[in-house]
Structure formats: structure tokens, C-alpha cells
Design a protein around this ligand. Structure first.
Ligand SMILES: Nc1nc2c(c(=O)[nH]1)N[C@H]1C(S)=C(S)[C@@H](COP(=O)(O)OP(=O)(O)OC[C@H]3O[C@@H](n4cnc5c(=O)[nH]c(N)nc54)[C@H](O)[C@@H]3O)O[C@H]1N2
Ligand SMILES: Nc1nc2c(c(=O)[nH]1)N[C@H]1C(S)=C(S)[C@@H](COP(=O)(O)OP(=O)(O)OC[C@H]3O[C@@H](n4cnc5c(=O)[nH]c(N)nc54)[C@H](O)[C@@H]3O)O[C@H]1N2
Ligand code: SF4
Ligand SMILES: [Mo]
Length: 887
């Protein structure tokens, strides 16, 4: 059996072909016919089959921790919500949803809240992600429209990436960029990011601008374009308004002034400005370095202004391009899932729109004022103004800023419902009712990617246990609350309603129109090929590029320049908190790790949260590479491993957003992140929090590998997860146990087992090594030392794959290092697709390999998804083979 579906991770929206053999084994590969990826998949997409197991899944409704029948759970939720509404009004309830819901799920929950409960207190994790782009688009275009399409990347001569680490976050699109550059000698890539990221490998220019200074840079560019007379007079004159005010606000800032404010060299800024001025076909791609800022909306408009001035929009190979993060960030916007939107790109404040929606839904009410945005919503929960909240498909205890406050809010809330596919997350532990949702591979519906392309997610697995589709859960609660209009038979029916609403009394006044899909029958819906909206009678096969007619969705149909007055980030550094905390993603993890954390292969690239420091800052804080640090801000603390790297801008520290209490003791970076938000979009400033760093020096560091899951310690630092065929834990110990051997035995859960111990003890140096062997097979090992550089993890993990432990391996377990020259220690994993380690690559380089392709030919590294190519290229540029770091 073969099923075409769509990747559930990033907004690139790659098509996937799933093959299931007669034994039920699932193989996942890229769909060659899908126009987003043409058959390719990145590491996360390729590892999907490893994440669909039922381990950890929530498979039945739980009410107050007890298993319940669906009928009872649904009645309970409906009754409690109704009671709160009756006693305290509709605004005392809230829904916090997600860009990982399918469009159909999203449509019905928004309809329930705004049209039936009568509250706009429905917001989504897209508030943390896309909200600034939405407002920026609306200010400029009068609608939330992404103008271009992926093909523009191939047609461009200049690709500018602003605050986007596409090599890791949109890998397949990044590879399209690199391929476009390889095929077009004129094509250049410029990256604007305070850090030197993997995306900078292969770029022509990297501008490591000061955190938060993007508006200054793009205002400078606007002024430069005007000075160089690079204005498209006809376009600006006929199709835009407000150019004078924008230019006046940008002022006559010189390149030197711009460079100084942005912390860049004048030469680099001049070069970028010059390229931008002289290149007609420019696509400016941006994501969280732009959006997640207290001036995120202004940053978006500062970028769009430059495209408007040069008329570079709505034409092949040109345009501002907001890269969306989640698989259905766009779908959520289409259904109006944000607290200040109405369905189908209509406005909540617009009485005509409210009337249209209410008549279409035949609903008793329609919310008439914007609801609370995510951060404010959780404040209202903390203050008891919201008494019941239903969280779906998002993990706010990890992902919202000031996350300890979010936890406290959930703890204090009278009634918390969580729909998730996983039982144990940092958020589900606060739920009064847990509702089991279908996961990828089981659910059925549509998602929309960054280029407005609607693709089907199709099921290929049966619904496990009592899990149900999110739309089903929502509709059943709505019906039990007494509302008509939620008796949908399936996703297709909901999709038709959504499509029909988009065309209802539209007549070209609203950008989002997929009315031509409103009549699809179930079969046609099942077969729906990927298509870009609008899809109308006029454009039945979709619309790759918007604004080709140079008409926008403002009242006068002209695009608007927005004068941008740059503002620094809200909370600045101080003597006490001298460093800027920047947060974001790593290559192989997805958000709060509920799915990617299940794959040993994906954990291998980075097992622990790592804070990246510039060497000067590390020295000042007394931190060494691989040591532990405690980071603190006025909001909270965390403990993390340290990486010292010159790729980091001085004064900034970067920490991944992913780790949480399921995987680490104190690894939640959002405990520190400040909750300041953009005044217009409400998007939090996740990229800028003042922090300080101190060494975290435990008495002992320990490392455990075990065939059994390792119990999490009650105190100290720990990080755990899968490693190869076993479980791995890194931890610290401050109190000496009575017996190290008993301690080790207990950690491995082998107290009563009849095992042979290989032990090495050096009490004076405080070093202990224990390995347990049973029937010739390694069962577990525990290494303890006063420093972290205990042993090569990758080598030991490899030993667990062996059925019988060899005499040399026994010896080396005692000495704590792999037999010399054995090649057994492959080092930290660089290529997760083929499990190729850093030492293997370095050794090929020593043998004379000089290119990424040569490494690929020898080791296969980089030849599948290609996401590790930037790292291989970095190793090559550091040749002769760099000092390898411990795994
Ligand atoms: N591997 C992986 N891929 C993902 C995800 C994931 O969890 N893991 N999540 C998906 C989602 S939902 C999203 S939203 C996207 C996000 O995709 P990206 O936006 O590319 O990812 P981030 O790492 O959040 O941030 C991007 C960059 O912004 C930079 N930055 C910080 N401050 C500034 C600044 O002031 N100016 C500029 N110009 N840059 C700055 C950071 O250094 C960082 O490198 O990724 C999607 N893809
Ligand atoms: N510091 C900092 N914080 C950030 C960011 C940052 O860059 N820095 N980025 C922000 C951004 S851009 C985003 S998008 C957010 C993401 O943050 P979250 O949305 O909180 O992260 P996820 O781990 O994707 O959470 C999805 C949850 O839904 C569950 N789930 C998966 N599929 C389904 C389904 O079909 N139905 C249901 N009901 N549940 C499902 C998963 O098990 C998981 O618990 O984080 C934001 N937070
Ligand atoms: S780039 Fe990777 S994560 Fe994003 S959609 Fe494609 S395969 Fe999935
Ligand atoms: Mo996101």
C-alpha cells in the first residue's frame, strides 16, 4: 500500500510517500510529484517512521487522572464550559490552539469560540510564530497575503535571508536555494543573523547584525535605494501610497551610521546595499529573527518597504517572503484562528464581515471584539479572569515566555482541558481532562505551506486505542454544549464549508478565496492534489503568485508604505544581566520534542541543551567548552551545557528552545525568556532577554547507558533520552553515595540481577567506571568523574549494538577509551541519516578529501537529506582536521 501525504513538521510542506508492506512496516520517502520538495526530505521528515510508535501515546480520555469513556469525558467538558459561561460570561473561557492542527480542526474550534460561545478568546501558538508577519502584511497589502512562491527562489539573482536559519529550519527549501545558486552563477545569498549559522555556509555574505537592529538596516537600505534612484517610479506612483512619509522617517542615514548602529562594518553594509540596489530579482526571506521581536511588525514593514520602492513584488523571482514555521501556520490564518481575526481572512472589527460570517454560520452570536492574545490570555488565566481553558496541539508550559508563570497559571486554573497525542508533557500534567487526539499518519485533512499551497494529510494507520480526530472531539463537545452546526460527518464536509465561506459574498474583495473547492465531493477531496490559493472559478488550478495585477486589498487597492521608527528591544542588558539571550532551533529537534525526541537518531546530533557563548564572554563568565552553566534572567533559570564558539556574536548567548521537563531537569529556556510583546502583533520577544551566566560546578559528573529506561534523579542536573539501542543519561551528583557500585547498580536497575561487573576505581581521582555484562552482552555502564570529559559516548553507544562483548572491548571499558586506531569511536553524529560521526569525516579529510561531495562519496554523509552539508563544509574549512570535541 502506498499513501501520499504531507510532512507534519515545518512550513516547507514536503510531500511524502508512505509505503506499508504486508507486515505493517512503514517506509517514508519524499513524494517526487510534490512541488514543494520533488521527492526530497530532510532528516526529520526521513525519520518519521521512527516516531509513529505508540510508546508514550495518550490512548484514552482521562478525567482527573482516571480513565473515562468518551461520552462521560465529552459531557464533562461541555458541562463545565457551559457552567463557566453561564456564571461568568463567554469571556471567562478560552481556547489555546496550534498551527499543528489541520485546517478542518482549526475551522471548527474557531467557529465554536467566535460564532457559538461568542468569545474571541481563542488564540494560537502562531502568536509566538507568525503574528508579526500577519500584521505587517495587513498594514502593507490590506490583507494577510504571502505574495510569492517557492519557484521565485529559483528565479532570483539575490536571496536575502533575514533572521532565518533555513539550513536547519527549512532544510528542503534551503537546498532549493543552494541548488538555485549552483545553477545560476549570478545568484547570491546574503544572511542577516547575529549568529553565524549553518545557513551562512554557502552564502556570499553574512551580516552579523546587532540583535534587534533589523529596522535600522532596512531603513538604511530604503534611504540608500532612494539616494541611488533605484525607485520604480511607475509602480510607486500608480500602485502605492505613503512613500514620502516612509522615506522621511528612514531619513538620510548614511551607510556608516547604519553600520555603526547595527554593529557591522561599513564595507559589508555597503556591499549588501549595493547588491540589493543593482539586482532586480531579489527575494527577501524572513522568519523568527524578524517576527519574534517587540518591533517585529515594524521589521516586516521595513523589509516590505524596500520591495515596494523598487517595485519588486508580484513578479517572477521577486518579493518579500515570510517563511512559515509550522505545517499549518497558514491554514490557521485562513480559518481566522488568531484572537483578532475572523474566519476566512475577515476582520473581527468589521461589522460587515461579522454579518457575513454570522449569516453563513447561522450562529446565535459572533464575537465583536478581539480576544486575548497568547501572553495576555495566560495572564488572565493566572489572575482567574479565565476560569476554563482548552489547550490543543501545543505545549505552552514549555513554549510560552515566562514559562514558570504559565505553569503557575495552569496550576491555578479551575478547569484545564488538554487535547494531545502524548500522555506526558509539561502541559498535560496540569490537565483536569486529557483528550486523546489522533497523530500524524492517523489524521485526515489539509494543511497550507509557506507558499499558500494546500496539501492533504492522509491517514495510513488505524486510530489507536480510543484516540479521535481533533475536529471530532471539538464537534462533539460543541454539540453537547447545545450548539447546532457541528454534526459534521468528516473532514471533507468541514473543508467544503470552509471553502464555501471563503467565497461567500467575496467578489474579489478578500484575498483568501478557495470557493472552487467548495463543491469537491468526498472522492475529489481524497484525491485533491497540492494547490495554491486563491482557487476560484477564474483560477481553478490555483494561483502561484499574488499581486501580478498590482492591485492590493486596501480600500484604494494600493499597497501602503509604512514609516518605520526603529526601536531597540524592550528589555536591555544591565550590569547584573549583561548578556542577550537568543533562542531558537536546532537541526534535528522539533519544538518540545514530543515526537522527534522519540528518535535516537535525531537525538544523536545534540543530546543535551547547549548554550553557545562567544569565547570572550565564556572567559568573562569563567565557563569552558563542555562545562555546565546556570543561566538566569529576572524571570527564571536553567542549567545547560556550554559550547564556546566564535560563531556567536559577542555579548549574545544562543540556547535551543526544545528541552523540557520530560527530557531534562532544568532545560526549559522559556523559564528565562521575558514576556515582552510587540504592541501591534502581541508576538513575544523570544530572541532577546537579558541574562547572566555562572559556572555550575557539581562534585561529580556521571554518564549512564542502559538497556532499560533510567529513572530520573530527584535533584541535580540530568538529561535523558534514547541513544542507539539503549537509554542514555547525563547527570551530576553532589552527595557521595555510600557505595558507588550500589549506586551504579541501582541506576541500571540491576540490583537483583545476576550480572558480571567490570569495574575500575580510582577513589583519589574520584573516577569510577562500571559495566554490567549478562550472558556475554553489555547491559549497562556507568561512568563517574569530577569532570565531564568522561568517555567517548558515541563509541560506548556503538558497543551496545553488539550481541557479545569482545575481550578487547572489555579491556577498553576498563581503560575508558576505545582501542587505539580501531576506528570504533566515530565521534559526535554529524549526518543523522547515515549515522556518520565527526571523527570519520575528519579522518577522510586527513586522508585528502577536499569537498563535501568527496566526503559524500566516501561515507555517504550528506547524500540523503543534505542538512548536514553545512557542518561538513565547516569541518573542511577547519582542516587540517580540527580537534574533535567529545560527543
Ligand atoms: N529543526 C527544526 N525546524 C523547524 C522547527 C523546529 O522546531 N526544528 N520549527 C519550525 C517553526 S514553528 C518555525 S517558526 C521555524 C523557525 O525558523 P527560523 O526562524 O529559521 O528559526 P529560529 O532558530 O527560531 O531563528 C532564526 C534565527 O534568528 C536569529 N536572530 C535572533 N535575533 C535576531 C535579530 O535581531 N535579527 C535577525 N536578523 N536575526 C535574529 C537567530 O540567531 C536564529 O538563527 O522553524 C520551523 N522549522
Ligand atoms: N524561547 C522560544 N520559545 C519559542 C520559540 C522560540 O523560537 N524561542 N518559538 C515559538 C514558535 S515559532 C512556536 S511555533 C512554538 C511551538 O511550540 P509548541 O506548539 O508548544 O510545541 P510543540 O512541541 O510542537 O507542541 C505540540 C503539541 O501538540 C501535540 N500534538 C502533535 N500533533 C497533534 C495533533 O494532531 N493533535 C493534538 N491535539 N496534539 C498534537 C504534541 O504532542 C505536542 O505536545 O514555540 C514558540 N516558543
Ligand atoms: S523540510 Fe523537512 S521538516 Fe520541513 S516539511 Fe520538508 S521534510 Fe518536513
Ligand atoms: Mo513557529
Amino acid at each position: 500500500m502506498s499513501v501520499k501525504t504531507t510532512c507534519p513538521y515545518c512550513g516547507v510542506g514536503c510531500g511524502i510517500l508512505v509505503e506499508k508492506d504486508s507486515s505493517g512496516a512503514v517506509r517514508v520517502k519524499g513524494d517526487p510529484s510534490h512541488p514543494a520538495n520533488f521527492g526530497r526530505l530532510c532528516g526529520k521528515g526521513s525519520a518519521l517512521a521512527e516516531t509513529i510508535g505508540l510508546e508514550g501515546r495518550l490512548l484514552e480520555p482521562l478525567v482527573d487522572g482516571q480513565p473515562a469513556q468518551w461520552d462521560d469525558a465529552l459531557d464533562h467538558v461541555a458541562e463545565r464550559f457551559n457552567r463557566v459561561i453561564r456564571e461568568h460570561g463567554p469571556d471567562a473561557v478560552a481556547f489555546y490552539v496550534s498551527g499543528q492542527l489541520l485546517t478542518e480542526d482549526y475551522y471548527v474550534v474557531n467557529k465554536l469560540a467566535k460564532g457559538f460561545v461568542g468569545t474571541a478568546n481563542i488564540d494560537t501558538n502562531s502568536r509566538l510564530c507568525m503574528a508579526s508577519s500577519v500584521v505587517g502584511h495587513k498594514r502593507a497589502f490590506g490583507s494577510d497575503t504571502v505574495p510569492g512562491c517557492y519557484e521565485d527562489i529559483e528565479l532570483a539573482d539575490l536571496l536575502v535571508l533575514v533572521g532565518s536559519n533555513a539550513a536547519w529550519c527549512h532544510p528542503i527549501l534551503h537546498q532549493r536555494m543552494l541548488a538555485a545558486k549552483a545553477n545560476n552563477p549570478n545568484c547570491r545569498i546574503v544572511v542577516l543573523d547575529p549568529r553565524r549559522t549553518a545557513t551562512c555556509e554557502g552564502a556570499d555574505l553574512h551580516l552579523p547584525l546587532r540583535s534587534g537592529s533589523d529596522s535600522v538596516l532596512f531603513n538604511g537600505l530604503l534611504a540608500f535605494l532612494a539616494q541611488r534612484e533605484a525607485i520604480d517610479g511607475a509602480f510607486v506612483g500608480n500602485s502605492t501610497t505613503g512613500v514620502e512619509a516612509a522615506l522621511q522617517q528612514a531619513g538620510g542615514q548614511t551607510v556608516g551610521e547604519t553600520a555603526a548602529t547595527c554593529g557591522l562594518t561599513e564595507g559589508a553594509v555597503e556591499l549588501f546595499f549595493d547588491w540589493f540596489t543593482r539586482t532586480e530579482r531579489v527575494v527577501t526571506l524572513y522568519s523568527q529573527g524578524v517576527n519574534q521581536s517587540t518591533s517585529g511588525v515594524d521589521k516586516v514593514n521595513a523589509i516590505i518597504n524596500c520591495h515596494l520602492l523598487t517595485g519588486r513584488i508580484g513578479r517572477p523571482g521577486m518579493g518579500p517572503f515570510s517563511l512559515t514555521g509550522q505545517p499549518n501556520a497558514m491554514g490557521g490564518r485562513e480559518v481566522g484562528g488568531l484572537a483578532n481575526q475572523l474566519a476566512a481572512h475577515m476582520e473581527i472589527e468589521n461589522p460587515k464581515h461579522r454579518d457575513i460570517v454570522q449569516r453563513f454560520w447561522q450562529s446565535p452570536v459572533v464575537a465583536d471584539t478581539a480576544g486575548l492574545k497568547a501572553v495576555d490570555m495566560f495572564d488572565a488565566i493566572a489572575e482567574g479572569r479565565i476560569k476554563a481553558v482548552w489547550i490543543m496541539s501545543t505545549n505552552p508550559a514549555v513554549s510560552l515566555p515566562d514559562a514558570n508563570r504559565v505553569r503557575a497559571a495552569l496550576e491555578a486554573c479551575d478547569f484545564v482541558v488538554v487535547s494531545d497525542c502524548m500522555q506526558h508533557t509539561d502541559t498535560t500534567r496540569h490537565a483536569h481532562v486529557l483528550l486523546p487526539a489522533l497523530a500524524w499518519g492517523e489524521k485526515d485533512g489539509t494543511v497550507t505551506n509557506s507558499e499558500r499551497r494546500i496539501s492533504r494529510q492522509r491517514p495510513f494507520l488505524p486510530a489507536p486505542g480510543s484516540a479521535r480526530a481533533d475536529w471530532w472531539i471539538i464537534c462533539n463537545v460543541a454539540s453537547r454544549m447545545g450548539f447546532a452546526g457541528f454534526d459534521h460527518a468528516g473532514a471533507a464536509e468541514i473543508f467544503r464549508e470552509h471553502a464555501a465561506l471563503s467565497g461567500f459574498e467575496n467578489d474579489g474583495s478578500r484575498d483568501f478565496d478557495i470557493s472552487a473547492l467548495g463543491t469537491l465531493d468526498d472522492r475529489a477531496y481524497d484525491r485533491l492534489p497540492p494547490v495554491q490559493w486563491p482557487v476560484t472559478r477564474e483560477y481553478p488550478t490555483g494561483t502561484p503568485r499574488m499581486f501580478e495585477t498590482r492591485r492590493f486589498f486596501t480600500p484604494d487597492r494600493k499597497a501602503r508604505f509604512v514609516p518605520v521608527k526603529p526601536r531597540p528591544p524592550r528589555n536591555s542588558t544591565s550590569r547584573e544581566f549583561p548578556l542577550v539571550l537568543n533562542t531558537g532551533r536546532i537541526r534535528d529537534q522539533w519544538h518540545t520534542m514530543t515526537r522527534t525526541g522519540k528518535s535516537a537518531r535525531l537525538l544523536a546530533h545534540m543530546f543535551e541543551p547547549r548554550a553557545e557563548f562567544h569565547p570572550d564572554d565564556a572567559r568573562l563568565a569563567g565557563l569552558e567548552d563542555d562545562a555546565l552553566a546556570r543561566l538566569s534572567s529576572p524571570w527564571g533559570e536553567m542549567v545547560t551545557r556550554v559550547s564556546v564558539t566564535a560563531e556567536q556574536r559577542r555579548g549574545c548567548v544562543f540556547v535551543p528552545m526544545h528541552w523540557n521537563n520530560e527530557y531534562a531537569a532544568d532545560g526549559r529556556v522559556n523559564a528565562l525568556v521575558n514576556p515582552a510583546t510587540d504592541p501591534l502583533s502581541g508576538q513575544p520577544e523570544s530572541k532577546h532577554t537579558p541574562v547572566k551566566a555562572d559556572p555550575y560546578a557539581p562534585k561529580w559528573h556521571a554518564f549512564i547507558l542502559s538497556r532499560r529506561e533510567i529513572e530520573r534523579p530527584a535533584a541535580g542536573y540530568w538529561v535523558h533520552g534514547k541513544a542507539g539501542t539503549s537509554w542514555r543519561m547525563e547527570l551530576t551528583i553532589d552527595e557521595r553515595p555510600a557505595s558507588w557500585r550500589d549506586w551504579a547498580r541501582a541506576r541500571l536497575g540491576l540490583e537483583d540481577a545476576d550480572v558480571e561487573w567490570i569495574a575500575y576505581r580510582d577513589p583519589t581521582a574520584g573516577r569510577f567506571r562500571y559495566a554490567a555484562v549478562q550472558d556475554g552482552r553489555l547491559q549497562g555502564c556507568v561512568f563517574i568523574a569530577p569532570d565531564h570529559k568522561l568517555v567517548s559516548r558515541s563509541w560506548l553507544i556503538g558497543l551496545f549494538a553488539e550481541d557479545e562483548i569482545s575481550p578487547t572491548a572489555r579491556m577498553s571499558l576498563l581503560t575508558g577509551r576505545p582501542p587505539q586506531g580501531s576506528g570504533q569511536d566515530i565521534g559526535p553524529i554529524v549526518c543523522s541519516c547515515f549515522g556518520v560521526g565527526q571523527h570519520q569525516i575528519s579522518s577522510e579529510i586527513q586522508k585528502g578529501a577536499t569537498s563535501v561531495d568527496a566526503i559524500g562519496r566516501q561515507l555517504k554523509a550528506g547524500t540523503n537529506c543534505g542538512a548536514c552539508k553545512p557542518e561538513i563544509s565547516k569541518l573542511l574549512s577547519r582542516a587540517p582536521a580540527a580537534e574533535a570535541q567529545p560527543a
